[in-house]
Ligand binder design. Structure first.
Ligand code: AHR
Length: 311
């Protein structure tokens, strides 16, 4: 209700004025099943709360996101949701939003800014922890010894950086567990396949014990490459990834993926709650980061869990 209509400050005896709430959402694109689920979560929540949300798909380009944010500022939206494709390069446009008095809420990915007051709050998973979970699982299954291929997400993006950092932090404790190849697959299924094909040709596939992919889509693409190379994914090469999308559960149920760390994309309810708080004048009550909890799923849980998966 607060979101549908906000009451303007009617101080000094002036009558309160109502202002229609419009939210601008600058989304990265549609690179993965996870991203599509996140977009759907925001569109559905806006409708549920009867809020006008201007949605902009940047098709993976930061320049398009900056243009979208500038256009939201020009239109005088009440709040901006931003899912930033990469970490750096946001200071000028966030400064413009701040000067225009438009609060920015970061969703899912982080930005690197020297002044944290350039955004109000961040609704996001702990991607370092996701990387740690994947590494601990592999270290356990490989008994601390083996060669790993790492398929990284979009270069310069917060989840690619954090999922790598978390993973390698755990690996430091296991000197015989080595990442022998690492390359970006840009969070894309087709690129995951292409990169894995090239890696399987560049080393003796029998020396690869495991694949760690920064998202499920790349893992699913890589699984195809592994099969086409005549190997059994999840057996000859252990496969772990992050997101927990339905495709990953199907791959686990089919015995082709070992484990997926859940990264919940249904962030809209939390983001809209935060927007409501800001509009109610309670922005100081919001934490800098609302951490979305994670957990992981293995093959043995996949079949039972599949029917209740929302994305
Ligand atoms: O920022 C979240 C990541 O972006 C998801 O893990 C990945 O699938 C998406 O593209």
């Amino acid at each position: 209700m607060i979101l549908a209509v906000a009451l303007g400050a009617g101080g000094c005896g002036k009558p309160a004025q109502s202002k229609k709430i419009v939210i601008g959402f600058s989304q990265i694109g549609a690179e993965s099943a996870w991203r599509t689920a996140e977009t759907n979560s925001f569109l559905a929540e806006a409708e549920k709360r009867r809020v006008t949300m201007k949605f902009s798909d940047a098709q993976g380009k930061q320049e398009n996101q900056i243009k979208a944010v500038r256009s939201f500022i020009a239109q005088g939206v009440s709040i901006i949701f931003l899912a930033p494709v990469v970490e750096t390069g946001w200071e000028p446009v966030l400064q413009e939003a701040k000067q225009a008095g438009i609060p920015v809420i970061l969703v899912d990915r982080n930005v690197k800014v020297s002044d944290k007051s350039l955004y109000v709050t961040r609704i996001a998973p702990d991607c370092e922890e996701e990387g740690r979970i994947a590494a601990r699982w592999l270290a356990d299954k490989l008994k601390g010894k083996g060669n790993i291929v790492e398929l990284e997400g979009t270069v310069g993006s917060a989840p690619a950086i954090s999922r790598k950092n978390g993973f390698h932090e755990v690996l430091e404790k296991f000197p015989d567990l080595k990442v022998i190849k690492m390359q970006s697959g840009d969070f894309l299924r087709a690129k995951g396949k292409e990169v894995m094909e090239a890696i399987l040709k560049s080393v003796d596939p029998k020396t690869i014990n495991a694949l760690y992919a920064h998202n499920d889509d790349m893992a699913i693409g890589a699984i195809q490459a592994i099969e086409e190379a005549g190997l059994k994914p999840a057996q000859d090469i252990l496969v772990v990834s992050i997101d927990g999308v339905k495709g990953a559960f199907e791959a686990m149920a089919a015995g082709k993926l070992n484990m997926s760390v859940e990264c919940n994309p249904m962030l809209a309810p939390l983001a809209f709650d935060a927007a409501e708080k800001i509009l109610a004048g309670e922005k100081d009550k919001l934490p800098e980061w609302t951490k979305v909890p994670t957990r992981f799923f293995e093959q043995s849980q996949a079949k039972d869990a599949l029917p209740s998966r929302l994305y």
